[in-house]
Ligand binder design. Structure first.
Ligand code: NDP
Length: 277
């Protein structure tokens, strides 16, 4: 029987995952299907019931998107270290009656930055804006990439301090407010991992963090030149990118985890890329 996979979220109409996994399956000749499921928001236990119904119908794995990443994590029998730190799952695998949770957002982001954009983090000063789910998922992969300094700025300072405290043993990691950035100079790479761009807003980041020889990365995708990317460009930054590569790379990680074969990503990224201006 054809192995079945799905992405679950609400809303889900915008998802690119069936297209991405369909292209991966074709390129790697995997006998699988991949559908989008609009998960129920209520009652409380309806999400878990939908996942279990998918498993009962032969489902082998799922991608999980907003707002279900915490619920997917909570219902798992086993969780990877990355998923544990994120407190969230963006992929599930169903094996031998057990639900295994993973979080590939961080590794997908790192791979897009280091491999696709050719921006190795080792020895670099890296600034991350935001301290939400995406940042939690990225922390361990980023620390493993050995930047000279990793600074995380967030509006809610208590949230970022608590996050940094969870991985305090793993230096170098600094949590701070946006106001603190004025005195910190420029960074080789500035990553906007806030959700500000989804509403056309700009996080209160000072232009002094940018340097023309550096790079700016926006996690949101398909939104052309967001206020953050525009600020970076106005500061003279040449290397700017949005999160379409991250989207495809996290999908490739999940695909490799499920199927044991890693698909090529370049052509899929090119197909989904919306020009920035
Ligand atoms: P969360 O809701 O978990 O976190 C949101 C973060 O954004 C918080 O740190 C919040 O700060 C901050 N924030 C929101 N609005 C503003 C603002 N106006 N100014 C400054 N900070 C703000 O979101 P996620 O971490 O899940 O997602 C973050 C972004 O990453 C979204 O744009 C999402 O679309 C994108 N994403 C992209 C993926 C991809 O594959 N390319 C995958 C996953 C996410 P505070 O704590 O102070 O409220």
């Amino acid at each position: 029987m054809t192995d079945q996979y799905a992405v679950i979220g609400n809303p889900i109409g915008h998802t690119k995952s069936p297209l991405i996994h369909g292209l991966f399956a074709e390129a790697t000749q995997q006998d699988m299907s991949y559908m989008a499921i609009e998960g129920p928001l209520e009652p409380q236990d309806a999400f878990a019931a939908t996942v279990r119904a998918f498993i009962a119908a032969g489902g082998k794995g799922m991608n999980v998107t907003a707002p279900f990443k915490l619920k997917a994590f909570a219902m798992a029998d086993e969780r990877s270290e990355r998923a544990e730190l994120a407190g969230a799952a963006n992929a599930l695998s169903f094996r031998d009656g057990r639900i295994i949770a993973e979080n590939f957002d961080g590794v997908g982001l790192l791979r897009d930055i280091e491999v696709n954009l050719n921006l190795p983090m080792a020895g670099k000063r890296v600034l991350v804006l935001g301290a939400g789910g995406a940042v939690r998922g990225a922390l361990l992969p980023f620390i493993a990439a050995q930047p000279a300094e990793l600074v995380i700025a967030n509006r809610d300072v208590r949230k970022v301090k608590a996050l940094v405290a969870e991985v305090a043993a793993q230096r170098p990691l600094i949590g701070c407010s946006y106001g603190d950035l004025d005195a910190m100079g420029s960074f080789d790479l500035v990553i906007n991992a806030t959700s500000a761009s989804l509403t056309g807003e700009l996080p209160p980041v000072p232009p002094s963090v940018f340097v023309p020889t550096g790079a700016a990365y926006e996690l949101a995708y398909g939104k052309r030149l967001t206020p953050f990317l525009r600020l970076a460009r106005n500061a003279g930054v040449q290397g700017i990118a949005d999160g379409v590569g991250m989207l495809v790379e996290q999908a490739a990680e999940a695909f490799a985890w499920w199927r044991g074969v890693r698909p090529q990503t370049r052509a899929v990224i090119d197909r989904l890329t919306v020009p920035l201006d």
